[in-house]
Design a protein around this ligand. Sequence first.
Ligand code: NAD
Ligand code: IPM
Ligand code: MN
Length: 355
Amino acid sequence: MKIAILPGDGIGPEIVGQAVKVLNALDEKFEMETAPVGGAGYEAKGHPLPEETLALAKAADAILFGAVGDWKYDTLDRPLRPEQAILGLRKHLGLFGNLRPAILYPELAGASTLKPEVVSGLDILIVRELTGDIYFGQPRGVRECPDGPFKGQREGFDTMRYAEGEIRRIAHVAFQAAQKRGKRLTSVDKANVLETFQFWKDIVTDVHKEYPDVALDHMYVDNAAMQLVRAPKKFDVIVTGNMFGDILSDAAAMLTGSIGMLPSASLDANNKGLYEPSHGSAPDIAGKGVANPLATILSAAMMLRYSLNRAEQADRIENAVKKVLAQGLRTPDIYEEGTTKVGTSQMGDAVVAAL
Ligand code: NAD
Ligand code: IPM
Ligand code: MN
């Protein structure tokens, strides 16, 4: 089993370093090869997703990814910006199914900005479509506005679109995930305004016929955002498009205490996957040794479960994380009075010790 390690930028190398430490502490040793990606890819090879990095990702059994991006690259031409690396990997590898589980560990009930009674026991799964939607739709760009009161001015535009097969395959992923959990699925759309999402709703409703044991409901995305902070435990599995899923998963992250706690798996049709924390490169805290590595460590656990068929090892890592939280160790993002503040590397060491 070979794992491609793509640390990326900002806190990426710091947090991926901890996950690698944890993987190396398991009895079974995995072959790992590291390659530059994002701003680091641009610096090393002149491209955010260098050919060699893409080739390594394609050849590996699974990919562990940190994060990409830094403000200093925001003025580069879009194809050269760090974010193109993660978008390119998702597209090139067909990683259309993004699983973002938002679980509140009981010890962190007080770390959430929401009242403990609202979030305690939270265990929801966001299934985000990852290779379609307005993220990838063509045409896009800046052009001369063709009509309306601003005719003749410059306008920016993007295209939101979803093909039937694209909606069907993510719906199957979501219904099957729901079957293994609470058997409830909420499809989040904006069918009241957008053609793309009326179509989405119709197709998800059709796929539902194959999953009579799962209860399906539909919710508009604005309401879903509100319900996520009002009564998040009412959700079991949420399925939605690329952009709504991006936004809702960051909101859901805060229910777990911190965005530093939210792992993710991005899977193709055969469960080959890329595993990364849901957060970004956090340039504001990069290099300070304070980033929370747990989302990345938990992403490595997801990798063992989904792509490497090592469910027992995944359980071991997840239990070690629980143990460390029970010991009261906290990075600053989840710190509360009465707990012990630790840095990124100390947190990684503690998880290794707890293994
Ligand atoms: P961000 O997720 O990087 O940071 C948002 C806030 O959360 C910051 O205050 C940051 O310090 C904090 N935070 C994030 N991860 C944390 C962790 N592990 N521990 C403690 N605190 C943490 O989002 P942003 O600031 O909007 O974006 C920064 C850069 O990251 C941008 O270039 C963006 O494009 C990129 N980004 C990349 C990915 C990815 O690689 N998949 C995801 C999101 C954003
Ligand atoms: C994420 C990130 C990415 C996205 C960016 C960096 C392209 O925000 O993984 O959630 O929008 O998908
Ligand atoms: Mn995001």
